[in-house]
Ligand binder design. Structure first.
Ligand SMILES: [Zn+2]
Length: 148
């Protein structure tokens, strides 16, 4: 098993898949277009992705929301004794299907396709909070949980 980075920093580390920080010049180089962004402020880096590489930005945003969701799930599970899936079960009882595991290929693939769709149609990521959209997605595939 490989070592995991300290938890709590994961949200920010996602951005570092796309940048390389150079301490000498205090600049972060975008590994996609080699543009150098001053400093290593993740907000600035995200902004670069947002305007230059919208598809990557969507992926980072998705990764963040799923990470957050996972933390909540873990928190509610760890309160119980291991079978603490109560929250999830109740939440999904009405669709009659359990959601994909977040690390399953199917889930990742759908997140990926969703991100591509949002980008190609210039739809803001926050669309995923739209209840009608979630309803549509849920109906199309009850096992796929829209992140966010
Ligand atoms: Zn770039």
């Amino acid at each position: 098993m490989s070592q995991k980075p300290a938890s709590g920093r994961k949200r920010e580390s996602d951005i570092w898949k796309y940048f390389l920080y150079d301490g000498m010049s205090n600049k972060s180089e975008c590994s996609t277009c080699s543009l150098k962004v001053s400093g290593k402020n993740s907000t600035n880096l995200k902004r670069h992705l947002q305007f230059r590489h919208a598809d990557l930005f969507a992926l980072v945003s998705l990764a963040n929301t799923t990470t957050k969701a996972k933390k909540v799930a873990v928190a509610s599970t760890s309160n119980g004794n291991g079978s603490g899936n109560v929250t999830n079960t109740t939440m999904h009882a009405f669709v009659g299907a359990s959601p994909y595991a977040e690390d399953s290929n199917k889930y990742k693939r759908r997140c990926d396709l969703l991100a591509k769709y949002l980008v190609s149609a210039s739809i803001p990521v926050r669309t995923m909070e739209n209840m009608e959209f979630r309803e549509f997605s849920q109906d199309a595939d009850p096992r796929f949980e829209v992140p966010g």
